[in-house]
Design a protein around this ligand. Structure first.
Ligand SMILES: C[S@@+](CC[C@H](N)C(=O)[O-])C[C@H]1O[C@@H](n2cnc3c(N)ncnc32)[C@H](O)[C@@H]1O
Length: 252
């Protein structure tokens, strides 16, 4: 298969390995200065996110990079949200009452943008603090406090966006169950958009992160009858990393 080129003209493999190097370097530095944030043996994801959302309420540090300023997080956020908006324009159904599930919506900053893009939005996050803030921010969105590992909304969506969430589902069986949740909630002609940091080989570069390679996603999707229709990459200059975006559809 031809390596894909990102915006900067680097190949898929070049970018993945440079991202891995940057993450390893950042992680080593973070550990050295004693702010690694979580120890894998005692890590409970829901507690980690609840206290992070409480500590950084009203700041993009809650869902962005915890060591960047709000201005820098906002700059990277706009790049990310523009990429997702573009994929939604290209892959989501164009008419009718379009529905979107914001999976791992945090305090609803992105949910609000999807409303502006014309979607009827449902948001799910397991942090009650984040959902409390989200409800204040976007009264038009139907928010739920629940874990993506097991949530059952009993409906399907035209689009699902899971942005910067799956790398935080560190347990392998929880990750698979989360993918099953996304599959169960995706309509037959729907589009699933995943934004993540994919690394070959898989790596645990911080207690609250599990970076997986793209082939892990491709094969998990295949087992669910889904297919990665597009894999693109883009740089977040303030954070200094390259992100991956997967557009996933049902096999027809
Ligand atoms: C890095 S933030 C991303 C927020 C938002 N999607 C964005 O792109 O800005 C990760 C979010 O996922 C949520 N999260 C992580 N694991 C989750 C799970 N298993 N179920 C529900 N929410 C989860 C966290 O509470 C947090 O709000």
């Amino acid at each position: 298969m031809q390596p894909i080129k990102n915006q900067c003209g680097r190949s898929d493999n070049d970018v993945v390995s440079s991202t891995a190097k940057r993450y390893r370097w950042m992680h080593a530095l973070t550990r050295w200065i004693g702010r690694s944030g979580a120890d894998r043996d005692t890590f409970v994801a829901s507690q980690y996110w609840e206290s992070r959302h409480q500590a950084h309420a009203g700041s993009l540090r809650a869902t962005g990079h915890v060591q960047l300023s709000d201005a820098d997080n906002a700059a990277d956020f706009e790049i990310r949200v523009a990429r997702i908006a573009d994929a939604l324009v290209r892959f989501a159904p164009a008419d009718g009452k379009r529905t979107l599930l914001d999976a791992g919506c945090g305090c609803g900053v992105m949910s609000e943008r999807y409303v502006r893009q014309g979607f009827a939005v449902t948001g799910v996050d397991f942090s009650s603090s984040a959902i409390g803030q989200a409800r204040m921010r976007s009264p038009d969105v139907d928010f739920h406090v629940s874990s993506l590992v097991s949530v059952e909304l009993n409906r399907r969506f035209d689009a699902i966006v899971v942005s910067e969430v799956l790398l935080h589902v560190v347990d392998e069986s929880d990750w698979r169950r989360t993918l099953e949740t996304l599959d169960r909630h995706l309509s037959p002609s729907g589009v699933l958009i995943i934004v993540d940091s994919l690394i070959e080989p898989a790596a645990d570069l911080a207690g609250h992160c599990r970076h997986r390679p793209v082939h892990a996603y491709r094969s998990a999707m295949r087992e669910l009858g889904l297919v990665v229709a597009e894999h693109t990459q883009f740089d977040l200059p303030r954070e200094g990393v390259t992100k991956d975006m997967l557009v996933v559809r049902r096999v027809r």
